[in-house]
Write a protein that binds this ligand. Structure first.
Ligand code: BF8
Ligand code: SF4
Length: 633
């Protein structure tokens, strides 16, 4: 494998790990070469013990598995199972938050409260709950019960959160196609059943099930999680942030929070404030909470907490030697972190009963005892800081500044300053006149296989030059913040003339002395719900389907199964979805044809695989041009 060179901060810490003789993912990727071609094409089946069977799509070898399954069947079954992994993660996350919410309402989780009453009432009225004359707690109980219906009902009625959040035209389209969903857990069960040995062998039927699983992810996972996060912890508003590993501070107790669920991270943040004086008494300058991966985005969106690292940098944050505690909950947590923490004084703390890692300290974090546990965790970090005194740390100097907190509500508030009665009008007018050529949502991960190509940054810069409005979530948000693209100073540097003018005008109307930044941070991966809401609102305002918008999505450095299920949801919504590297579909001509061509006639969506950043951006721009032409703008 050719030597990979990463951005300055990432590379400096990889080099430092080498100096210290500590193994990282880069070493292990090399040890894994060559990776299995059948696995990459998706044509290896392990669904039963007559296998494993593998099909060479180029015709050099067996054309069928022992049971007679073809490459098309095998690839489509595998794709659906990948999506089940993604959707189960997001639905599990949402369920955790709803359960914490219910415990709070029952008085069993006194550490939590309803923070955003307006959001509660908005969700309640969307669900058809009458709010007049009822207490907030009663309304909240009904909202929680509607959420639980979506995880338990057996009557086959469409899911409440689908009716609440799906754009109306797309809801009707899915109804006509027979892919509406009712109960997320049943859908996940049916998908596992369907893909087990001796069930669905029809690739088209399996691909329709993939679209359904996309809807499960989008509505019972992402939208449900975002709604409850906002009610519990507040809907994000624009704030200033810093990004990159340079946000660690040598003389402070550094607590890195990694994972996804704000039910944990919000509590830790609260207790760092309460224990600030204690930390100072022990010789520090205070406590510095930094965010890693998606929970980092959650904290930065609501509290402006610095964004320390994306997923590929999680090991490297520890290599600085400056992290006193890394606290994790669920998803995207590399088992290697516990081993790296052991090389330093760092306390690596797991908190979920279903996420335990050898070598980690486990603190079972339950909403009922949130305050006690959060206090215990912060105290462990303060103790670890004392152990660190006098030890060498290697914190890179580089950090960038920018803005975060651009929820749809925050965007609408900004736009109201331009047109208070019709806030979307300025966006629609500027899309029509071409100042905003189109809208592209970047989502997903940093791929260790592609990160050295700066895929995400290069594509974004190209799109900005062409006046595209770029919004980002998840680890792409970290990458683009680190590149300085979420700061106002990047507006004049990277945007085409049209977008530059719009960002200056809205910034001025909003009372800022700077233009809005060119890339808008819309939050964590579950906050892809916010991107869908924005696109749904634009489509609604224009009176068209989402598939008719000059818009696209991109997962430019695909890693996780969760990105596959989100991508499929975007395909079901009718979006053009760029993905790199290729999802594991190339072993099936049916899956490849349907997802990259035929689907356009069904939902309007289309998958587009391209690993070269310039070509990928050009492909997206041509798609936007076609959509603009079709709209006559
Ligand atoms: O859910 S972007 S590496 S942290 S999967 Fe994971 Fe990918 Fe990061 Fe968040 Ni999303
Ligand atoms: Fe092989 Fe069929 Fe068993 Fe898969 S289900 S491992 S293709 S025999």
């Amino acid at each position: 494998m050719p030597m990979k060179i990463f951005d300055k901060v990432t590379q400096s810490l990889i080099d430092r790990a080498k100096e210290l003789g500590i193994e990282t993912g880069i070493d292990r990727l090399e040890d894994q070469q060559p990776q299995c071609g059948f696995g990459q094409l998706g044509s290896c089946c392990r669904m039963c013990y007559m296998g494993p069977c593998r099909i060479d799509p180029f015709g050099n070898g067996a054309a069928k598995g022992v049971c007679g399954a073809t490459a098309d069947t095998i690839v489509c079954r595998n794709l659906l199972r990948e999506e089940v992994g993604g959707a189960a993660s997001h639905v599990g996350h949402a369920r955790h938050v709803v359960i914490a919410f219910q415990k709070m309402l029952e008085g069993k989780a006194p550490g939590y409260k309803i923070t955003d009453r307006a959001k509660l009432l908005e969700v309640a009225s969307g669900l058809g709950i009458k709010t007049n004359g009822k207490s907030d707690t009663d309304v909240a109980r009904e909202v929680a019960s509607k959420a639980m219906d979506d995880l338990s009902r057996q009557d086959g009625e469409p899911m409440n959160w689908l009716k609440l959040r799906a754009p109306k035209r797309e809801f009707e389209m899915w109804k006509n196609q027979g892919i509406l969903i009712s109960n997320a857990h049943n859908e996940i069960e049916e998908a596992m059943h369907r893909t087990s040995m001796g069930n669905d062998a029809d690739p088209i039927n399996l691909l329709l099930a993939c679209l359904k699983m996309g809807l499960v992810d989008g509505y019972a996972g992402l939208h449900m999680a975002t709604d409850f996060h906002d009610i519990l912890f507040g809907t994000p508003q624009i704030s200033k942030i810093e990004a990159n590993i340079g946000v660690l501070e040598k003389d402070k107790v550094n607590i890195a929070i990694h994972g996804h669920n704000p039910v944990l991270s919000e509590k830790i943040l609260e207790w760092t404030k309460k224990l600030e004086e204690e930390a100072k008494k022990r010789g520090s300058l205070g406590i510095n909470v930094v965010g890693v991966c998606c929970t980092g985005n959650e904290l930065t969106m609501r509290h402006g907490v610095p964004m320390a690292a994306h997923n590929l940098q999680t090991e490297l944050v520890l290599i600085t030697g400056a992290v006193d505690a890394m606290v994790v909950d669920m998803q995207c947590i590399w088992p290697s972190l516990a081993m790296i923490a052991e090389c330093f004084h760092t306390k690596f703390i797991t908190t979920e009963s279903f996420v335990k890692i050898p070598g980690a300290i486990h603190v079972n974090f339950e909403p009922e005892h949130a305050d006690e546990e959060a206090k215990k965790i912060v105290m462990m970090a303060i103790d670890a800081f004392e152990e660190r005194k006098g030890e060498e740390v290697n914190i890179p100097k580089e950090k960038s500044v920018g803005f975060a907190g651009l929820s749809v509500e925050a965007i609408i508030d900004l736009l109201k300053k331009v047109d208070s009665s019709d806030p979307l009008k300025p966006v629609i007018d500027n899309i029509t006149n071409g100042n905003i050529y189109g809208v592209v949502g970047f989502a997903g991960c940093p791929s260790i296989k592609l990160r050295d190509t700066s895929m995400t940054e290069k594509m974004t810069k190209e799109l900005l030059k062409n006046n595209v409005l770029v919004v980002a979530t998840g680890c792409t948000g970290h990458i683009l913040a680190q590149a300085g693209l979420m700061d106002s100073s990047a507006t004049d540097k990277y945007c085409g003339e049209g977008r530059r003018a719009v960002l200056h005008a809205v910034g001025k109307a909003a009372g800022f002395d700077v233009p809005l930044p060119p890339v808008w941070n819309m939050g964590s991966c579950v906050d892809n719900s916010r991107i869908a809401t924005l696109l749904g609102a634009l489509a609604d305002r224009l009176g068209v389907k989402v598939s008719q918008l000059p818009a696209a999505g991109s997962a430019p450095e695909l890693v996780q199964e969760k990105a596959v299920s989100i991508g499929t949801w975007f395909l079901a919504l009718g979006l053009f979805v760029h993905i790199a590297p290729s999802p594991r579909i190339l072993g099936s001509s049916v899956a490849t044809d349907v997802l990259t061509k035929e689907l356009e006639n069904i939902t309007g969506g289309k998958a587009y695989v391209e690993l070269d950043p310039a070509k990928a951006a050009a492909g997206i721009i041509s798609h936007i041009a076609l959509k603009r032409k079709a709209l006559g703008i």
